[in-house]
Design a binder for this molecule. Sequence first.
Ligand SMILES: Cc1ncc(C[n+]2csc(CCOP(=O)(O)OP(=O)(O)O)c2C)c(N)n1
Ligand SMILES: [Mg+2]
Length: 545
Amino acid sequence: MAPTVADRIVQVLLAHGVQTVHGIPGVHNLALFEALDRSPIRVVVVRHEASAAYAADAHGRLTGRPGVCLTTSGPGAANAVAAMGEAQASRSPMLHLTTTVARRHLGAGPSRGVLHEHPEQEALFAPVTKLTRHVAESGAVAGAVDEALGAAAAAPAAPAYVEIPTDVLGEPAPEPHAGGPPARPPAPGRPELRALAARLEAARRPLVWVGSGAAGQAGPILALARRLGAPVVLTHSAKRAWAGGGDPLVPGHPPHEPAVTALCAQADAVLVLGSDLDGMMTQEFRLPLAGVLRIDVDPLRLQVPYPAEVAVLGDAGQVVGGLLALVAETDREGWGPGAVAHADAQAAAALAGEDDAAPGLAFVGALDAALGDREAVVVCDMAIAAYWTAAYLPLAPTRRILYPMGWGTLGFALPAAIGAACAGGGRVVVVCGDGGVLFAVGELATLAQEGLDVTVVVSSDGGYGMLRYDQERAFGRTFAVDLRPPDLPAVARGFGLPAHRIGLGEAGLAGALAQGLDVTGPCLVEVAGAMTPPRTTSPRWPLRG
Ligand SMILES: Cc1ncc(C[n+]2csc(CCOP(=O)(O)OP(=O)(O)O)c2C)c(N)n1
Ligand SMILES: [Mg+2]
């Protein structure tokens, strides 16, 4: 039998190294599921299409290559929109493959009520992608999928979307043309690099600020920072790919801690590598940064939200490599590791003096101890325990941290853990709240069915704790935030997961978390008790004024 469009799509996925597809079948996409079933690609069937997109996003964040989700026409596809918005905001590469109604029903004006029909399905995805394609020509589908995978991965990474009318999938399709080479990032010229190197050498207190777009270059970045004697501040998003672990040049506290804010403010040149300098990291652009030297592949980002003294359009890895060949070693008395150690000691002392910080720090300390030096991906949700984790969990070369910041998308962590577990990288640990876990609680079934090595740590405070804090501040009372808690360990056991509960204040917390990490396959640990949000959350920003 001649290969069909569905077969050709699978060929393209394989050519791009895709090993896993996350999705849900529907009558329109069955031909693609069937072709995948005949291929070596692992198909992970999830319990909601948003979960498929979160899983694809997590794969993208961890590997830099697009994760793939597969949905059916109409509501199946639309269910993925919020998750794609999160991937877009967090600069994560992913591909959403889906279908539409058959060609004979397209272009007929208003919806005629054909199953899953929406005359403007593609338009739903334009705002959350860098590329959308509607491909109704059987000979053009494979090329469009190839193009979409390449576009999603090209920096700045983003989601891409391809929809195919259901009747096209079963048609015979010719051998696809080999795609062109991937687009190369712009390369800065030698004079530009020389000027940048001279500016850095002339600085008395240089600082390097690393975002997700550069985080995969830990080795060269640290080498450059040592040459310059410059502190290295990581954004939350950078921790998805940073292999450098903790380092004497990397503050162990976020820039929201006043001592680290002061460190940033003292810098007279800030080399910004692959970072948006986003509102959440900079307290909505209040963080004082002087002498911004900006390196980014996105020309629209070079002068916003901070004006740059020097702006270089280019790939951070290339620029850092170029600078390493040009910058001489400089001794900067009173700066570098000494200044970082001082800022960390001050931040730690300030936190130790705050009763409010104790529960959050106890959680992070216990998780750190339980993780030890095992390989792990920690997937954070929008929950108080996760805000502490994303900002304060000590870095280690064995650890990656994923965080939806980003778009601030509650419900990200549990489904994202599916993609993280399939991507490899060790034990996956979800840190979420008792509100967020219920967004995708059905994915406990996916974890069990696939036997994924995921530990779901649920911080339970009987409600939307972060909003309680916001309300107390804004209105002096709470409302619409108390949730009747289910018996979470019992729920997990119902899905076939081992589960246990421990109190946040109990001495055995680290042991209980470690027990949850030692399980083969999935398990759930409930940590009962309330925490106060850290200073990285907007109502607690010290620079709010
Ligand atoms: C999609 C989405 N809906 C709503 C919110 C607003 N929100 C942010 S945190 C939060 C509470 C989450 O509750 P829980 O998961 O129990 O964590 P906790 O704050 O209690 O630690 C809510 C509702 C959001 N960020 N994203
Ligand atoms: Mg809660």
